[in-house]
Design a protein around this ligand. Sequence first.
Ligand SMILES: Nc1nc2c(c(=O)[nH]1)N[C@H]1C(S)=C(S)[C@@H](COP(=O)(O)OP(=O)(O)OC[C@H]3O[C@@H](n4cnc5c(=O)[nH]c(N)nc54)[C@H](O)[C@@H]3O)O[C@H]1N2
Ligand SMILES: Nc1nc2c(c(=O)[nH]1)N[C@H]1C(S)=C(S)[C@@H](COP(=O)(O)OP(=O)(O)OC[C@H]3O[C@@H](n4cnc5c(=O)[nH]c(N)nc54)[C@H](O)[C@@H]3O)O[C@H]1N2
Ligand code: SF4
Ligand SMILES: [Mo]
Length: 715
Amino acid sequence: MTATTPAPTALRTVDSHCPYCALQCGQRLRPTTDGVEVAPREWPTSGGGMCQKGWTSASVLTAPGRLVTPWIRPAKGAPLQPVSWDAALTRVADGIREVQAAHGHDAVAVFGGGGLTNEKAYTLGKWTRTVLRSRSIDYNGRFCMSSAAAAANRQLGMDRGLPFPLTDVAGAQAVLLLGSNLAETMPPAVGHLTGARGAGGLVVVDPRRSVTAELTDDGAGVHLDPVPGTDIVVLLALIHVVLAEGLADEDYLTARTTGLEDLRRSASRWWPERAEQVCGVPAGRLRAVARTLAVAAPGHGGAGAYILTGRGVEQSSHGTDTVTAAIDLALLLGLVGRRGSGYGAITGQGNGQGGREHGQKADQLPGYRSIEDPAARAHVAAVWGVDPDDLPGKGPAAIALLRSLGEEGGPRALLVHGANVRVSVPGATDVDRRLAALDLLVVADVVMSETAQAADVVLPVTQWAEEEGTMTNLDGRVIRRRRAVQPPAGVRTELEVWAELADRLGSGVRIETEASAVFDELARASAGGVADYSGIDHARLDAGEVLHWPCPATGVGQAAHPGTPRPFADGFPTPDGRARLLPVTWRPASDDRRPGAPVRLLTGRVLAHYQSGAQTRRVPELEEAAGAPFVEIHPTHAAEIGVAEGDLVRLAGAHGEAVAQARVSDRVRPGEVFMAFHWSGEGQANRLIGDAVDPVSSMPELKLAAVTVTRVGAR
Ligand SMILES: Nc1nc2c(c(=O)[nH]1)N[C@H]1C(S)=C(S)[C@@H](COP(=O)(O)OP(=O)(O)OC[C@H]3O[C@@H](n4cnc5c(=O)[nH]c(N)nc54)[C@H](O)[C@@H]3O)O[C@H]1N2
Ligand SMILES: Nc1nc2c(c(=O)[nH]1)N[C@H]1C(S)=C(S)[C@@H](COP(=O)(O)OP(=O)(O)OC[C@H]3O[C@@H](n4cnc5c(=O)[nH]c(N)nc54)[C@H](O)[C@@H]3O)O[C@H]1N2
Ligand code: SF4
Ligand SMILES: [Mo]
């Protein structure tokens, strides 16, 4: 199904950023006769470094399967055929019209992505609410940042992943890293842990001995390995020790927080010996870690401490409460809003931060506003030139949306922009069935992803070095993505696609197609919201200004706002200006091991691949580094079931089965196995994951499932 890809047309050397994760390492892109040469450049988050995905990122521009023409499936079951843009857009517009005429506006659903630029994320949300007039929109960030976002919003009044520049962390004396494998997921960021490692204060909490856990070796810190899904108990025990031993920062708590008494009551039950019974971490180690953090805290005259969460603790059916316990601990120690200390969630996708601010979330309008707030609706509707009453309400979150596709009363058409749902969504076989039940599946992508392969219409769109725009990185800084090469002929920007479809659907709503014009509109729409970008424009960014949001517009004659690198320095954006301590309780995981399924499957990532692998599985160097799905299994466990390195093993659980090669390793414990979720087919981890979700954030239980493991045979 792949057409040959012509070499990109050279434009100019530009400073830009890596196409992949939220670290957004600084890159210099130099067009060459057959593509782009990528070199690292000095940049605060990456310190002049890049990982192997960044070094090889140019390959994706011309990778096998790079989309350079639209494709249409003439009939269900027939193969995809290359067609003209006119034919493809006619099919999309006709399909939308037919579905909406028969089933209503909400019957056309949209699924976005945290890799889209701010301009695209904003336009996608606007287009869905105004041109489609549908409430049915959500995005893959629901699987990524939603628990951390929900907890930060309810306690701190704002969700900006790291509410401080990442470079601040380097000076800290202690860092508690919960469920993050930073050394594989953002390798250049390890440089920011130097201070803590030098002081023996790096604490990594992970049931696996991950590459990041190894950073604690040789006196650099401690690795705590709780029972999977029990991090909340670890945190409650740390909170207990801090309170019981008088280590809390009383002055800070009095001045800046509410809710101490409720928290004190709930944590009183979790003395370390009791916590040890549930989480398996020895009581003495829990006490020692609480003291390490307290001594580093500013209230005790320490050099600073940070508590950082990653997906290992957030992607759970109680992820929001786990993050809340982490924030509670950070508040008790007086870390949040203090220079050189803090709490943060490490955002994952390239624009995972901006992607959750501009309105592609089911309940959200631009500026991180609620779609249910009448004042927000009125403000945004005025910017969009529509009647507020015509804006739809809140739609279902990702899992509920995807599970309702093709159901009675559910959407009959789906447009996917920037996600590979067939690989990354739990209950993968169910996802396939639901997509097949649709009247129309449209996928815009840069490559023929697994989801594109199942589509009725595939639209080839621009990527990374072919487009202009902005991203918001993991510490809330707005940065420029710049075009270095012309896209291949036949490829369009998504902004052009949405504008053209608006015309074809007869909408009077104006959709801008130049990124800088979109940004100016986005800035106006965000004015007065939590994520206020109204003082930012492409020109300021191009002049090299360092701008973290919120950055409101200022009046005529006034100096421009300098941006807000540390938003909690003077208070919290809550109604009373204080942060809220919130008591939480422990609940077991939704699908924990049991006699019929005695092994815990953990999921995560490897260095060489990105997410669903749609992009990185097409890069030869990365395929060489990690070419096939695998199951990490402990040597004792492997011996018990007669499995040798490289043998095929079958994992089976309540939600499905998968088969992959055994990688015998003592990174995991007996009775626990690990898979990365980067592959499709038999070795797909998400065939095994169920669809239990967190009641607050709707985050699925992506990190844990109960399975049996058996040997299938030699490779
Ligand atoms: N190489 C690479 N880098 C990436 C990405 C990628 O796909 N590949 N994706 C980017 C994105 S979108 C994201 S969100 C980030 C994710 O970055 P991380 O948060 O580092 O993500 P993971 O590797 O998924 O999970 C981290 C760790 O959680 C552990 N874990 C599993 N269960 C539990 C548990 O119950 N408790 C605890 N404490 N830990 C547990 C796993 O063993 C794993 O080592 O990475 C970004 N960077
Ligand atoms: N079991 C398990 N499942 C997980 C996770 C886990 O740890 N365990 N992690 C979850 C997390 S944190 C995340 S973020 C998700 C990610 O899951 P996915 O959404 O599947 O992530 P990607 O592979 O990044 O998919 C992005 C798609 O968009 C395409 N693309 C890139 N740029 C553009 C663009 O500008 N426009 C358009 N239209 N397309 C573009 C890419 O080629 C790719 O096909 O997976 C989640 N799923
Ligand atoms: S994938 Fe992330 S860590 Fe690697 S080069 Fe790109 S931005 Fe940097
Ligand atoms: Mo993510």
